[in-house]
Design a protein around this ligand. Structure first.
Ligand SMILES: NC(=O)c1ccc[n+]([C@@H]2O[C@H](COP(=O)([O-])OP(=O)(O)OC[C@H]3O[C@@H](n4cnc5c(N)ncnc54)[C@H](O)[C@@H]3O)[C@@H](O)[C@H]2O)c1
Length: 336
């Protein structure tokens, strides 16, 4: 049995624990977070966005060692701050780095010790061995060469299919994107210093324009993207579900019907399960808890010129991303 350990039990780490705990509990061998056991257990059991855990979750301390009891499975919980100092069990083969603290290769690679052969970072990384959005470039994964792997970002996973479907159906000339993005723990509840001065402002008071690491990840995963492809994140005072607003100029004339048909056929065919279609009149809370990478809102599709188009796609930045993270990790752990 090949085993997975998880570092960082925040929004994404806890959803990954819930998902692995329910779907593949035998694979999860250890977790690490500086927070005390009782606080970790409390937040694993209850979630302000996603509700109570379906899986019974308890905490236990035995001979000074903390454990999470996830259903039938007992998993040690460590509290180290430095990846190199986490005493993950010998059977650990893959570490999911979900703390948000170690996104550079050299930092994440501190997990590579004893039997750990691979690390998956739950975020864009400037210098990971490979950035993967599995349905787009998963075939490039070479487990002998790629040891520290970035799973890109939630926004990148939502935007990549939108770009790829347009590219495959009509050819892509230029593109730009804004993500209307909910608050994350990298913002401030009230005004407090932050290196990004806009993120230093009270998150639930303002619309906060900021950067998105999705663009770098998308250029790494899709090297043929138009070089100017870029945009911004517009952070809004909401808890979950983002809306990607993508504009593009295409290489062929299109109308709204042909645009919609391309996304409908992709959602039924090669992208089934990852791309879905929204119900009419959707608003963000309708998408909470969805696990697809993107849910296209085809009613909002527009042509702004014969070849100039605008398309919109929703995604649950937490459950959608945690699902893609667990897909990748389960695929890798089956192969290493
Ligand atoms: N929240 C999202 O929507 C989202 C989506 C996709 C990717 N991501 C990425 O996933 C990563 C985690 O994001 P999040 O929103 O879950 O973060 P979070 O702030 O909710 O949680 C971070 C967790 O890491 C723990 N931690 C802090 N220092 C640590 C250390 N030294 N070692 C181990 N754990 C430590 C914290 O106690 C906390 O539990 C980030 O890189 C983020 O960009 C987040």
């Amino acid at each position: 049995m090949k085993h997975i350990a998880l570092n960082g039990l925040g929004r994404i780490g806890r959803l990954a624990v819930r998902r692995l705990g329910a779907g593949a509990p035998e694979c999860l061998c250890a977790v690490n977070d500086p927070a005390p056991l009782d606080q970790v257990v409390h937040l694993l059991r209850r979630d302000s966005v996603h509700g109570p855990s379906a899986l019974p979750i308890e905490g236990q301390t035995e001979s000074g060692q903390d454990y999470l009891i996830l259903g039938e499975r007992r998993v040690p919980l460590y509290h180290a701050l430095d990846p190199a100092l986490i005493p993950f069990p010998d059977e650990t083969r893959l570490v999911v780095e979900a703390s948000g603290r170690f996104t550079h290769r050299a930092d994440a690679a501190r997990h590579l010790k004893a039997g750990v052969s691979h690390v998956v970072i739950s975020a864009p990384s400037p210098d990971a061995d490979l950035t993967v959005i599995a349905p787009v470039n998963g075939a490039e994964l070479d487990l002998a060469r790629h040891r520290v792997i970035s799973n890109a970002s939630c926004t990148a996973h939502a935007t990549a299919p939108m770009l790829k479907i347009l590219e495959d159906a009509f050819g892509l000339d230029q593109a730009g994107m804004s993500t209307v993005h909910v608050v994350t723990n990298d913002q401030r509840l009230l005004d407090l210093p932050h290196k990004d001065r806009r993120r230093s402002r009270a998150a639930f008071q303002s619309i906060i324009p900021t950067t998105s690491s999705a663009f770098g990840a998308l250029h790494r995963v899709m090297p043929t993207l138009p070089t100017g492809f870029g945009g911004a994140a517009i952070r809004v005072p909401s808890l979950s579900v983002n809306l990607v607003d993508l504009v593009a100029t295409l290489r062929r004339d299109v109308d709204v019907a042909s645009l919609r048909a391309a996304f409908e056929s992709a959602a039924r065919g090669p992208w089934k399960g990852l791309v879905a279609l929204a119900e009419p009149h959707t608003v963000s809370c309708d998408i909470t808890g969805r696990t697809e990478s993107v849910v296209m809102d085809l009613d909002l599709t527009m042509t702004l010129g014969k070849r100039f188009v605008k398309v919109f796609g929703w995604h649950d930045n937490e459950t959608g991303y945690a699902a893609r993270l667990c897909d990748l990790v389960m695929d890798l752990v089956g192969r290493i």
